[in-house]
Ligand binder design. Structure first.
Ligand SMILES: Cc1cc2nc3c(=O)[nH]c(=O)nc-3n(C[C@H](O)[C@H](O)[C@H](O)COP(=O)(O)O)c2cc1C
Length: 224
């Protein structure tokens, strides 16, 4: 919302989201400058996180051999080996166990009050110790936001990023020595698109959004 209560008209960042959606079938051979890659990775640290979990971890693959392994674990439209950089995004299902340490450090530094720290620790134990399902859901939710942040950050550097979620997880875990308590959340190819095509049109808003209960049509309350 703008200051005057309007939603604004085409703010500059909309261009980023349009670039995020650009479709392409292949990366060009142009390398990704280190400075751009660093910037993209830096921005991915800024995503919101519950109780200091920060469960995302990245494996950066630049070697041809590594990219070939990743590619062989997928069936992807844009071949990942054509990307100068491939990121493996991991979600740590054990992050809730290490978060207390970070909370205690923040309390010690007085960034967080002792009372807030206690409250966060109590909630973490109560919610996560007894529910592996919730633990996985939270770890993946964090990882997916981080992946999307990578897509936006890449678009900001005029790079294209290709998100892949269909892959042989065990093959990737075994080859890259990934510990059991991590899930492979996504693979992302990053580089310059060889040629982009117009993305498919989005579905109309009404087909995605229900009001009050499942299936009930959403109506905008704005009057013309
Ligand atoms: C969450 C997510 C998962 C995806 N998984 C795959 C995948 O496993 N294989 C693939 O070829 N493309 C996958 N894609 C599609 C590409 O990353 C890319 O977004 C798409 O080709 C761009 O075209 P579009 O925006 O017109 O759909 C995925 C996209 C998203 C957002």
């Amino acid at each position: 919302m703008g200051d005057n209560g309007t939603c604004g008209n085409k703010p500059p960042w909309i261009e980023l989201f349009l670039h995020v959606r650009s479709s392409f079938a292949r990366f060009s051979g142009q390398p990704v400058p280190d400075e751009c890659l660093r910037r993209v990775l830096e921005l991915a640290r800024l995503v919101p996180t519950e109780s200091y979990f920060q469960p995302w971890r990245w494996i950066l693959i630049r070697s041809h051999a590594g990219k070939r392994v990743v590619e062989s674990a997928t069936q992807v439209g844009a071949p990942l080996s054509s990307a100068p950089v491939v990121l493996i995004c991991l979600a740590d299902t054990g992050a809730w166990k290490t978060a207390p340490q970070q909370v205690q450090e923040l309390v010690a530094k007085k960034t967080l009050s002792a009372q807030s720290g206690q409250e966060i620790l109590r909630r973490i134990r109560e919610q996560y110790a007894s529910s592996p399902e919730l633990t996985q859901r939270a770890a993946l939710a964090h990882a997916f936001i981080a992946v999307h942040q990578i897509l936006i950050a890449a678009a900001n550097c005029d790079l294209s990023a290709y998100w892949v979620s269909a892959f042989d997880e065990q093959k990737i875990k075994a080859h890259f020595h990934i510990p059991d308590h991590f899930l492979v959340a996504a693979l992302i190819g990053i580089g310059y698109a060889e040629k982009t095509v117009s993305p498919l049109p989005e579905l109309p808003l009404q087909s995605h959004i229900y009001e009050e209960t499942f299936g009930e049509a959403y109506e905008s309350r704005d009057r013309d």
